[in-house]
Design a protein around this ligand. Sequence first.
Ligand code: LLP
Length: 403
Amino acid sequence: MINFKELANKYKTPLYVYDLDYMATQYKELKEAFKGRKSIMAYAVKSNSNLSVVKHFSDLGSGADCVSIGEVRRAFLAGVPAYKIIFSGVGKSDDEIREAIEKDILYINVESESELGRVELIAKELNTICRISIRVNPNIDPKTHPYISTGLHGNKFGVDLDSAKRMYIKANNSDHLDPVGIHFHIGSQLTELQPIYESAEIVADLVRSLQTIKIELKFFDIGGGLGIKYDDEVTIKPYDYAQAILGTLKGLDLTVICEPGRFLTANAGYFVSKVLYEKKNDSKRFVIIDGAMNDLLRPSLYNAYHKIEAITDSNTTESKADIVGPVCESGDFFAKDYLLPDLEHNDLVVVHSSGAYGFGMGSNYNTRGRSAEVAISGGEDRLIRKREEFEDLVSLELEYLKK
Ligand code: LLP
């Protein structure tokens, strides 16, 4: 049991708290599911990019799936070896591509024919050969929130099968490209196995058809996407997930790469905030807390559900309340019509499942400093990111202020 009261007193609020031991348990379960086949877990850094979290996974043997050169640099700082780092994303700049090639990472995940051309050109300028993988868009509906669905042709991600084949042939004939992998990622917070299985089958068939023209790949990158329980979702078991994927790879000698994010971090994280006030009008009860949408955007952006726990001595009967922050937007809420007892100034509100896409999607909107982050391991807590102060927020502007 995490003592949120003690942590809130020690580090102040709002505060992110991450349970590193839980992250390790999740990591080991997923890795174990793929035993019997060579596999690399490449942690999706975007889900929680705190250096100490990335290092924690790296220490467990994980690689890193990165979506900007900033994330690649984080992975290096956290000690992830180059040969386990992947760089994906639909819009990589020339500078990012150059740096990734110079850093000799495992491969660049290419997401369009034009990008393949840029990567080839830059590798040629650098007089080297760049390992690449191609992200295939299998046109499968992942049945998740439309904002986090990525595997349909209506989404901007990856290329269709025909384009992918053309790109592999081009890469194979190039002096500066080495096609080593194939990649798909159809969406996030997936709770149905069938779309993943169908996508893997389509992509594995493409691998087989490439073999017939003597293009041999080494890596089968299945992306991330495993859903977690925010509420009462029935989730996919890692074992069933692995079995479904491995079933499509019969006869193929490929290393599986998996890019889990949310599965590893979401339920390890808690966002801890203090009650400032309660406020009622004739139709609504509001609980106003010191955390806001700039700290945790998911409810505002996706109408996402997060379990809320109130830590209070109050034992009044529960009634419905909107839990809202101080930001100047009506969309600044954590939950609506949520049953809570009456709360007092300084009671705590803990937002569960906040370890993935929480802090990282934060901003400084309304000139609010980002929260501190704390890690817990073996019952010990330690600060892993300082709370941002006003001075941090203005430091990049001050020297330009005309006196
Ligand atoms: N690999 C690729 C290529 C991805 O685009 C993503 C996530 C992952 C791996 C990791 O997916 P995960 O295992 O975490 O589902 N902000 C949204 C989620 C966006 C996911 C973007 N891509 C949210 O808060 O729900």
